[in-house]
Design a binder for this molecule. Sequence first.
Ligand SMILES: NC(=O)c1ccc[n+]([C@@H]2O[C@H](COP(=O)([O-])OP(=O)(O)OC[C@H]3O[C@@H](n4cnc5c(N)ncnc54)[C@H](OP(=O)(O)O)[C@@H]3O)[C@@H](O)[C@H]2O)c1
Length: 235
Amino acid sequence: MNIENKTVLITGANRGIGRALVEEALKRGAKRVYAGTRSPFQHSDKRVNPLTLDVTNAEHIQRAVSEIGTLDILINNAGIAMYDDLSKPDVIEQHLAVNMFGSLNVTRAFLPLLKRSKGAVVNNLSTSALAPLPIIPAYSISKAATLSMTLSLRALLAGQRVTVHAILTGPVDTDMTRSVDFPKASPESVAQRRSQGARTPVRSFRTGECCEGCVTSSRTINEKKSKRKERLVIK
Ligand SMILES: NC(=O)c1ccc[n+]([C@@H]2O[C@H](COP(=O)([O-])OP(=O)(O)OC[C@H]3O[C@@H](n4cnc5c(N)ncnc54)[C@H](OP(=O)(O)O)[C@@H]3O)[C@@H](O)[C@H]2O)c1
């Protein structure tokens, strides 16, 4: 995706992958980066415009639209993940409210600007949209729903020259995964690869070339499998 001279809005821009995406967009020559955050945010680069944006808050969304005159790329990155076992409906609702409805409502609000610029929407999803993780089923449900929403929007907007992309990210080393011990990609490497091009989700998932996190995880799993096979042979 060409970011040079483009105006980009990134939600959840203050930390983790969102923060890395801000830096990557600047590195790639973005003209302006709107950093959507829930708490005050500052950046030394004058191209960065902080924007108060809780994606579940309709007033914030409307104010953001009126503050941004033109937009080429919207990156729906804001997200939450909580451990659960599907026993509490309100936990599922919270995930859907931020991860799915947040992305959808922000996208819908910015559509007039995106149609004008023939722009792009990029939704930061997760491989758990396709392969749910039992420790975070509510999160997985919300990412699966957002993948479906993304594909529907892609079809609905195809004739209006707005492209809609899903990026299926594997495990990344951020606050979200801090307490889980498995191989993770750095947020910077994910931001870099994502900016190079949003791949089609199904192909990325099937080929296991989604991102560094996926590659590292699948390599570790394969190594463990082959060690197990070796042990079986020795017996
Ligand atoms: N880390 C991973 O392994 C991984 C893997 C696949 C996909 N992802 C996806 O990548 C995205 C970023 O995750 P991350 O790992 O960078 O997580 P993170 O470090 O926990 O950051 C989450 C970001 O989302 C923001 N956020 C949460 N609720 C929000 C709301 N209602 N409105 C606006 N912003 C909100 C947070 O803002 P505050 O600072 O105000 O809380 C923070 O900036 C998420 O969509 C996540 O699902 C992550």
